[in-house]
Ligand binder design. Sequence first.
Ligand code: HEC
Length: 168
Amino acid sequence: MRFVGIALVLLISACASANTAGLSSPEPTGNLAQLMRGILFPNSNILFDVQSVDPADPPPAASGAGATATFSGIYTGWQVVENAAIALRESATLMSIPGRRCENGQPVPLTQANWIQFTQQLREAADVMLVAARAENQDAASDATNDVAEACYVCHEVYRDTEPRCTV
Ligand code: HEC
């Protein structure tokens, strides 16, 4: 009985420490380019669409057999824009977790002052977008896409559109 008790305590504390480790040190799965292509690219395109399509009056949902088409009418309107802004803001944090590499194997330059500043600029642009989306204001949201595009641009100019990428 005592053994069972001890084993149980050990098991519980092992779970607790595994959980703590999981929370305090998230591990990246993809390289930076994959994060950009998987999260930043599709979500910023949803935001850029606001310039030409009123989220409150979207075109009819696509038809087709796949899951994307089938479920395209479930989350609609301004919440799609709001959620894309949230994804973008969260992506700034994902870009900042230690251990991620760029596609060419260079570590993401997390400790560079301008990297920190650029990721913060992305958060702030996402915040401006979030306010506009929650207000359901197409003019303000269209203006906010400029902030988003600018946040992408300033970082790309330094770290993406130079060779080798991800170096200062
Ligand atoms: C803090 C810096 C930073 C910000 C902000 C940033 N990016 Fe990037 N992005 C990079 C770097 C560096 C790469 C190259 C990654 C690599 O090679 O692994 C990249 C690559 C990409 C790629 C992949 C290009 C390819 O090689 O196929 C896309 C797409 C992309 N970014 C989109 C965006 C969008 C859209 C935004 C804004 C919403 C954005 N990024 C914001 C730094 C940034």
